[in-house]
Design a protein around this ligand. Structure first.
Ligand code: ATP
Ligand code: MG
Length: 659
């Protein structure tokens, strides 16, 4: 959100000819035509897509119900089942013997599961859950490692109409308990242990600890997937082994037909900006968008080997592992481990081994792998054959132009488009993103909204802002995969996402953005809360961070404001260097160099007043920088906020000290 002249990115990458030739949306003409279609008849546009892409047990008659806005309903009198759409439909299409999941374990073992096998596993587990009395609308908490069984558990819940809430396996007993209580779960599915980076880490004992923290009386059963056979507490009165539960179950299971707006899942946001919110998603509208974005953004084709590196504990793992790829009949990779084990070449090794064609990961992973490759030539991506790749994706945070260029050159071999997909837990799927067969790419920009997504930039009163002027990112019309509610807290839902100041019907994303004067391309400038105001100049954190990361010494940077008597707000930068953390005189010297660097890159006004060096930055468990904590540290205050999703609390101590 800058009123300064934004540094103009001059590198433009047109879509490769082979993409244009075969893409679902081929060329900007086709993109514009779809946008025009949506603008001309919004409901008709979505109704047609929903009829074409989903299997309806009973067709819907009403597309969009706005009578209780912002509690919108989509296709709601239609009946369908998400698991049926992901599995049975593919069997009917003759894809039974096609590999659905290539699972690679932490230690490197590979298991392949066909659509037919996956269907049988899901049906058996769904029958098992039914035999335990789990029924439509019950909430089931899933606290599992990345595994075929994790995907099966989610699909099995969908099959019987139970609403799942996946909690990332890195969360503590306390965070798990809070989520179990908040969703009112009656059953928990977990594993004895998980394996990450060669280490066995407990899951089941953490579930026991969580349940013992209280208020979990509703949980009557805990189903345990035996991953390692290691030591895990087991209470026969309450706990069951997953393999025993499914042993004698039929491999067919009649799906529960649910209304389109039936809650498929509740998922807590990452907690970058505050206490996590239990985002409630629908069945029909959600799945429709998962499929359409697989088709439009990833240009998915029958021969693709798709790899999304997210965890099923995050929304990216829901939409682009458990639901989207399967609904499209795709072969996908599911990876149990971490990118740095046995070394930081693991991702590249797996792309080579499985001949992945589409690779979708997060900027935080890219930045850390750049640092690793710089330090160890033996695991540099140029040591691997990555020629199977045809498309790359990025998600989770803005990707700095320099990281984008590294990804483009070193992973994509300068031939793969990068789709920088802007979206949120709340949006269910991509919102603003390039289309690989249409959009000319500009590093650092998520480019243009997908057809049907009415994204805009407005000021605090909701008035439209012209291109070139930074403001608040909003979506002006409801869309099928949008959040339906915050579980159990409609008031917070309305206040957070549809504030009165914007009229109560406009979706507030919480991010700042700016559109390019010439192209209209969107660039996300940072969270609304993170906008800086230095001597009356409004600046996004992203711009300054990208300038810092463009310096060859810098691996990562986060910028926040702190109150300043003369300038109103002063810029405080937290910087991780590619080399070890400097201290004393050396730190002062490098800080001076970096300040001058930013002054040269953006302008003297953007010069950080203070620079602190760390070994790392405070991050959420999904790898996002938690600037809200850095703001407190910059002010020199004690942290009293919610830090339940903070991955590395120890780093706070190091960053407390001004250098
Ligand atoms: P919380 O809502 O609890 O603060 P969170 O917003 O980090 O957590 P998510 O829903 O996982 O939780 O993340 C969505 C946010 O991630 C977006 O609002 C945006 O700030 C950022 N984001 C995701 N993808 C991109 C992208 N491609 N470019 C820029 N920012 C992105
Ligand atoms: Mg958010």
């Amino acid at each position: 959100m800058s009123d300064l002249e934004i540094k103009t990115e001059s590198r433009i990458f047109p879509p490769p000819a082979d993409f244009v030739a075969s893409a679902a949306i081929s060329g900007m003409g086709a993109y514009n035509a779809l946008c025009a279609e949506a603008a001309a008849d919004y409901e008709g546009f979505w109704a047609k897509l929903a009829r074409e892409h989903l299997h309806w047990h009973k067709p819907f008659t009403k597309t969009l119900d706005e009578s209780e806005a912002p509690l919108y309903k989509w296709f709601d009198d239609g009946l369908l089942n998400v698991s049926y759409n992901c599995l049975d439909v593919n069997l009917q299409k003759g894809l039974g013997d096609k590999v659905a999941v290539i699972f690679e374990a932490d230690g490197g073992d590979v298991t392949k599961v066909t659509y037919k096998e996956l269907h049988a596993k899901v049906c058996q587990f769904a029958n098992g859950l039914r035999s335990l009395g789990v029924k439509k609308s019950d909430r089931v908490v899933i606290y599992m490692p990345m595994s075929v069984e994790g995907v099966v558990a989610m699909q099995a819940c969908a099959r019987i109409g139970a609403t799942h809430s996946v909690v990332f396996g890195g969360f503590s007993a306390k965070s798990l308990q809070e989520r179990i209580v908040d969703v009112g779960a009656t059953l928990v599915i977990t594993a004895d242990e998980q394996v990450r980076g060669g280490k066995h880490l407990p899951l089941k004992s953490i579930v026991d600890e969580a349940l013992a923290l209280g208020d979990c009386e509703k949980v009557s059963k805990v189903v345990v997937y035996k991953r390692t056979g290691g030591n895990a507490p087991f209470n026969p009165a309450r706990d069951l082994w997953m393999h025993e539960l499914v042993a004698n179950q039929a491999t067919e299971c009649e799906p529960e037909w649910v209304n389109a707006d039936h809650p498929l899942f509740i998922l807590y946001t990452s907690g970058s900006t505050g206490k996590p919110k239990g985002v409630q998603h629908s069945s029909g509208g959600y799945l429709l968008w998962a499929m359409l974005t697989m088709k439009w953004t990833f240009d998915i084709k029958p021969n693709d080997v798709f790899w999304c590196t997210a965890d099923i504990g995050w929304v990216t793992g829901h939409t682009y592992i458990t639901y989207g790829p399967l609904a499209m009949g795709t072969t996908e990779i599911v990876f149990e481990g971490i990118p740095t084990y046995p070394n930081a070449g693991r991702f590249w090794d797996m792309i080579q081994k499985h001949k992945a064609t589409i690779f979708y990961t997060a900027p935080t992973a890219i930045r850390s792998l750049i640092k690793a490759a710089d330090g160890d030539a033996s695991i540099h991506p140029n040591k691997y054959d990555l020629t199977s790749l045809r498309l790359l994706g990025s998600v989770g945070e803005p990707i700095n132009p320099e990281a984008w260029m590294w990804y483009y050159r070193n992973i994509g071999g300068e031939k793969c488009p990068i789709v920088d997909t802007f979206w949120q837990t709340e949006t269910g799927g991509h919102m603003i993103t390039p289309l690989p067969g249409a959009t000319p790419l500009v590093p650092g920009s998520c480019t243009l909204p997908l057809p049907g997504i009415m994204a805009a930039i407005v000021d605090e009163t909701g008035a439209d802002l012209p291109n070139g002027q930074g403001g608040i990112l909003v979506v002006k019309r409801p869309w099928p995969s949008m959040i339906r509610n915050i579980w159990g807290d409609t008031e917070r839902f309305k206040k957070s996402y549809f504030p009165e100041e914007l009229g109560g019907k406009t979706y507030l994303a919480g991010d700042g953005a700016i559109r390019n004067k010439d192209t209209g391309y969107f660039t996300i400038t940072g969270r609304i809360d993170d906008v800086l105001n230095v001597s009356g100049h409004r600046m996004g954190t992203m711009e300054i961070e990208s300038a810092l990361v463009a310096n060859p010494m810098v691996a990562e940077a986060a910028v926040v404001g702190k109150p300043d008597d003369t300038t109103g707000e002063a810029i405080c930068a937290f910087v991780v260097l590619k080399r070890s953390r400097p201290t004393g005189e050396e730190a002062k010297q490098i800080a001076l160099e970096l300040r001058n660097w930013v002054a040269k890159e953006i302008g003297p006004i953007a010069k950080p007043k203070e620079i602190r060096f760390g070994d790392n930055l405070p991050k959420t468990r999904s790898g996002k920088i938690m600037r809200r904590l850095l703001r407190v540290l910059a002010k020199g205050e004690e942290i009293t906020q919610d830090i339940s999703t903070l991955e590395n609390p120890a780093i706070l101590e190091q960053l407390k000290q001004a250098q």
